[in-house]
Design a binder for this molecule. Structure first.
Ligand code: GLY
Length: 389
């Protein structure tokens, strides 16, 4: 049987692409042995175009700003389809600095935000404490990052899977992709690890860092994504133990974030602390040193977290790319579309990635901000043409 689209991978990216494709009237096969269990499972869910903005990455920041705006419509549509808005919450996040050197770095970051007109504003420590009374005594500088928000990646992906499984146009196959099927230079489907053939007009590769291996034998499609391991902690916090805003911190030069969810009726809430970042293997094995470092830096900023229950330590690998921007859109091989390389921003970029891929599938223009994510920037001929133009 043939579908319009096969989506390889059902993390938040693949699941969002499949859902929007089915909504556009396309028939979709989704292949994943364990949907939502990769990088999505570890992610805290920061939608943080400002906090993740970095020197030299202006295009990625523009994409992030467009992406955070796309979350509103996505959450509304998801709620209409499933009753869940993916835990989308809040407007703005606190950025706090621990010592004097961290405060100097915070001001360098704010100067960048000013140049890019992100709407961030420096706060006095007293103002920051009024916003977030649980900030510890050693905080030495603060800012408000207006564009940033958060969502719950696990809730979002579960809702997307519910919607996919209820849709007659969608078939969710719990198998891994073994290889791409090609014919006359075109990708025409996927062979799964049980020998099942899934033919389609277009294959969308959304398998995170594993996408690279699936195209390794395909000439002319460089997909330079690699695993960048990250560890997150989940705490179960009572009232008075957790912040009510997303807190980003710099502690003696190290980045840290604390993402609280909406509290339940008993006042308890999940709090995610993240994240380590290293080029280690995606072995799912958290390290003692990683967990220690996250707790040390989180409690330096928010000492009341000491009282919360530590309920989970998760290690997964993000799909990193050479320029930290994703690879989204058509390749030079007909029938093959990429949706990978989202690195630290997979949750933020899921709705706009789905919008862009489905626009391509139905022959509509992709969002302008996605130009920075064109996968063909890594093809030598395209790279040369771009640098000459
Ligand atoms: N989104 C932040 C991270 O990947 O740790």
């Amino acid at each position: 049987m043939s579908a319009d689209v096969v989506v390889v991978g059902a993390g938040i990216i693949g699941a969002a692409v499949a859902w929007r494709a089915a909504q556009a009237g396309l028939t979709v096969t989704v292949l994943d042995p364990a949907p939502g269990s990769g990088a999505t499972h570890a992610a805290a869910g920061m939608l943080a175009p400002a906090a993740e903005a970095w020197f030299g990455e202006a295009d990625a920041t523009r994409l992030g700003l467009a992406a955070v705006a796309a979350w509103d419509g996505f959450a509304i549509d998801l709620a209409a389809a499933t009753g869940s808005d993916g835990g989308l919450r809040g407007s703005g996040a606190l950025l706090v600095a621990y010592d004097a050197d961290d405060a100097a770095q915070l001001r360098r970051i704010l100067a960048l935000h000013d140049r890019w007109e992100l709407g961030s504003a420096e706060l006095s420590v007293a103002e920051a404490r009024r916003t977030e009374p649980l900030l510890g005594p050693r905080v030495s500088g603060a800012a408000w990052l207006a564009p940033d928000r958060s969502a719950d990646p696990r809730t979002t992906t579960a809702a997307l899977l519910t919607a996919l499984e209820a849709d007659a146009r969608v078939s969710v196959v719990r198998r891994a992709a073994d290889r791409l099927l090609t014919q006359a230079g075109c990708v025409v489907g996927v062979l799964d690890d049980d020998g099942g053939e899934h033919r389609a007009g277009t294959v969308v590769l959304a398998a995170g860092w594993r996408s690279a291996a699936l195209v390794a034998d395909l000439p002319g499609v460089p997909v330079p994504v690699r695993p960048v391991r990250g560890q997150t902690l989940r705490l179960d916090a009572a009232l008075g133990e957790a912040p009510s805003h997303v807190v980003r911190g710099i502690v003696q030069g190290r980045p840290i974030y604390v993402v609280p969810r909406e509290p339940g009726s008993d006042g308890r809430r999940e709090v995610v602390v993240g994240a380590t970042s290293d080029e280690g293997p995606d072995d799912g094995r958290p390290t003692a040193g990683g967990a220690f470092a996250l707790l040390r830096d989180a409690r330096a900023l928010l000492p009341a977290l000491d009282e919360a229950a530590l309920v989970e330590i998760t290690s997964r690998a993000r799909p990193g790319s050479p320029d930290n921007a994703p690879l989204v859109g058509p390749t030079d091989v007909p029938g093959l579309v990429l949706a990978t390389g989202h690195h630290r921003n997979g949750i933020l970029l899921a709705p706009i990635t789905a919008e862009a891929v489905v626009a391509h599938l139905v022959g509509a223009p992709m969002p302008d901000a996605m130009a920075a994510a064109d996968p063909r920037r890594f093809t030598p001929l395209h790279a040369t043409t771009r640098s000459l133009s």
